[in-house]
Design a protein around this ligand. Structure first.
Ligand code: FES
Length: 258
């Protein structure tokens, strides 16, 4: 389905950590032909055509509530664009373009797999909430493994949708002291779904390859158009060049990792 672009309003905002912001965006029944599923993202902007930054920011769908027709985005504040998005207050307008990308087919994943592990790292956990919710809705509560530098954030929201939640931190401040991949027994699952830093996803892919367990990875890349037009997010994979924004961001791990 193609993406739509329209103006929407911020319904709520909350800071989950010093550099982590969550905003709810009310779609208010606009353009109902375009609604997201897990793993998709939107290009967001709240600045004019002549203002900086030039490009909209790709932000993954953290949650979508059908009842209130509200999108939730969770993002890390790390540049001018995300600073401007984080400065929005309830009632402020922004332009949303999407949903973009292939995302995860949670219904098919839940139909074909009984034991699913979901592995996230840092802000890469953001799209995994909608993924866990859709898997649970389709009858399979996944086991969640998440890694953070020092402290987790946003995990309460996952609890209703996950069979178990295991946390690792680099500092040892919370949960397992070490890598989230230390906690994963890939052979115990029918499939592993992952999103986070490339080094973490490469580790997950390696464990899955050794265990013979399929793995899907959601990649992140700098994006200009988000729609497959500029080729700026091209990634060279074993099946040839692909655009992360349109062909992905979700790919079989064996196609993108050695
Ligand atoms: Fe333009 Fe992906 S960002 S093709």
């Amino acid at each position: 389905m193609s993406a739509a672009s329209f103006s929407a309003k911020v319904a709520a905002k909350q800071n989950l950590a010093a550099d982590i912001c969550r905003i709810d965006v009310a779609l208010n029944g606009q353009d109902t032909a375009h609604r997201p599923h897990a793993g998709q993202f939107y290009m967001l902007r709240c600045w004019g055509a002549g203002e900086t930054p030039v490009l909209s920011r790709p932000i993954s769908v953290h949650a979508y509530d059908k009842n209130s027709d509200t999108l939730t985005f969770l993002f890390q504040i790390k540049g001018e664009g995300t600073q401007k998005l984080a400065a929005l207050e309830p009632g402020d307008a922004l332009t949303v373009t999407g949903p973009c990308g292939n995302g995860f087919d949670a219904a098919a994943l839940a139909a074909e797999n009984k034991k699913i592990a979901v592995v996230g790292g840092g802000i890469g956990t953001a799209p995994l909430l909608q993924l866990c919710a859709e898997l649970a809705e389709n009858g399979v509560k996944p086991q969640l493994f998440v890694g953070f530098r020092d402290a987790s954030y946003g995990l309460d929201a996952f609890a209703p949708y996950c069979e178990t939640i295991a946390v690792a931190t680099d500092s040892g401040n919370e949960g397992h002291h070490g890598l989230v991949t230390d906690l994963l027994d890939a052979a115990a699952y029918d499939i592993v779904l992952t999103c986070g830093p490339m080094v973490m996803m490469r580790g997950v892919a390696k464990l899955c390859a050794a265990a013979g367990t399929p793995c899907l990875a959601s990649l992140e890349k700098k994006m200009a158009c988000g729609l497959g037009a500029c080729l700026g997010c091209t990634c060279h994979t074993k099946i040839g060049p692909v655009t992360v924004c349109k062909d992905g961001p979700v790919f079989p791990a064996q196609e993108v990792f050695d």
